[in-house]
Design a binder for this molecule. Structure first.
Ligand code: HSE
Length: 313
C-alpha cells in the first residue's frame, strides 16, 4: 500500500569487524539517522532540510547521498511521476567510522520503498545504497550499507555479483563503541592502505575470518575473541587514531573478547559477552581519552537484528 508520508530510522554500523575488511559488518541499536519523507504533487526529489551535520553535507539533490540514491531508485523502478520532499536528521557523527553515510542512505531508500508500498525487497535496495557509498567516499563498499539495510551481522561473500550472507548472532554478544573526537574521512583512510599483501599475512587473515565466522555459528565466544585480529589494515590505520594501543590495553583488561577499529576509524569497538562488561569497557575507553584531553561519544549496544524501521509520525 502506498503512503503519503513516512518517518524512518536507520542504524549506525561497525564495518570490517576487525579482520573482515570490506566483507563483514554489523548493525547497532544506536546511534542512527532519521529521515522524514512526504509526497508532493510536483515530480522529482527535493532535499528540503538537513540537520545535525554542522552544514558539512551537500544540499544539492544530485550530490547528497540520500536524495541521489532515492533519485536513482525512482529511475530504476520507472516512477518519474513521483514527487517527494526529504528531511534528513543526522543523529550520529560524520567521519566517525560508524557508517554515517550508510545510515542516511539506507534511511532514504527504506523510506521511499515504504512510501511506494515496498516494490523492492530490502536486498534489492542494496545496489542503490552501494552507489550512495561511492558518492560519499569514492568507493562502493557494502559492509556498512548491507548490515544497515538487513540488520544483524552480514557477510559480503562476493561483490560481483553481490552475494550477501546473514550470519547468526550469539545471544549475549554486546558491543562497546567509542568515537574519539578526531576526524578521519573514509576516503583518506582508504587511500593510505597498501593494495598488495604478503601471502603469509593473507593466510593469517583468512584463518581469523574463518575463525570469526565459525565462532558466530557455534556461539564460541573465545573463538570469536581469538579471531579478532587484523594484520593487513589495522597497523596502518591505527596511526590515525589517538591512543589506539592504550585503548586496546584497557579494553582487554576490562574483559573484552576482542577490540579493533570500527570501519575506517577513528571509532573503535569491542565485543564482550555481557552488557555489564560492555558498559564497563565503554566507560574505561572514554575515561582514558578524557585523561588525554580527547572528547568522545560512547555507546553500548547489542547487535541490531532489524536494521531500518518505520517510526511513528
Ligand atoms: N570497509 C570500509 C573501510 C568501511 O574499511 O574502508 C568504511 O567504514
Amino acid at each position: 500500500m502506498e503512503k503519503d508520508k513516512v518517518h524512518v530510522f536507520a542504524p549506525a554500523t561497525v564495518a570490517n569487524m576487525v579482520c573482515g575488511f570490506d566483507i563483514l559488518g554489523f548493525a547497532l541499536d544506536e546511534p542512527g539517522d532519521e529521515v522524514y519523507m512526504r509526497r508532493v504533487d510536483k515530480p522529482g526529489v527535493n532535499l528540503v532540510q538537513v540537520t545535525g551535520d554542522d552544514g558539512r553535507l551537500p544540499r544539492d539533490t544530485a550530490k547528497n547521498t540520500v536524495s541521489a540514491s532515492v533519485l536513482t531508485y525512482l529511475q530504476h523502478i520507472g516512477r518519474p511521476d513521483v514527487g517527494v520532499e526529504i528531511e534528513l536528521h543526522k543523529q550520529m557523527p560524520i567521519g566517525s567510522g560508524l557508517g554515517s553515510s550508510a545510515a542516511s542512505t539506507v534511511a532514504g531508500l527504506f523510506a521511499i520503498n515504504t512510501l511506494l508500498g515496498n516494490p523492492l525487497s530490502r536486498q534489492e535496495l542494496l545496489p542503490f545504497a552501494v552507489l550512495g557509498e561511492e558518492l560519499a567516499c569514492g568507493h562502493g563498499h557494502a559492509d556498512n550499507v548491507a548490515p544497515a539495510l538487513m540488520g544483524g551481522i552480514t557477510l559480503i561473500r562476493s561483490y560481483d555479483p553481490i552475494d550477501l550472507v546473514s550470519l547468526p548472532v550469539p545471544p549475549s554478544l554486546f558491543a562497546s563503541v567509542v568515537f574519539p573526537h578526531v576526524d578521519v574521512p573514509t576516503r583518506d583512510a582508504r587511500q593510505m592502505i597498501r593494495t598488495k599483501v604478503a601471502l603469509k599475512d593473507a593466510v593469517t587473515q583468512w584463518g581469523n575470518i574463518a575463525g570469526l565466522v565459525a565462532g558466530l555459528y557455534s556461539n564460541d565466544y573465545e573463538l570469536i575473541g581469538r579471531s579478532m585480529h587484523d594484520v593487513l589494515i589495522e597497523p596502518t590505520r591505527a596511526i590515525l587514531i589517538p591512543e589506539f594501543y592504550e585503548m586496546r590495553r584497557v579494553t582487554m583488561e576490562s574483559g573484552a573478547l576482542g577490540f579493533g577499529i570500527s570501519g575506517s576509524g577513528p571509532s573503535v569497538f569491542a565485543f564482550s559477552r555481557s552488557k555489564a562488561v560492555a558498559t564497563q569497557i565503554t566507560a574505561a575507553i572514554t575515561e582514558l581519552l578524557n585523561k588525554h584531553g580527547i572528547g568522545s561519544n560512547g555507546y553500548v549496544s547489542g547487535v541490531n537484528a532489524d536494521g531500518p524501521r518505520e517510526l511513528g509520525n
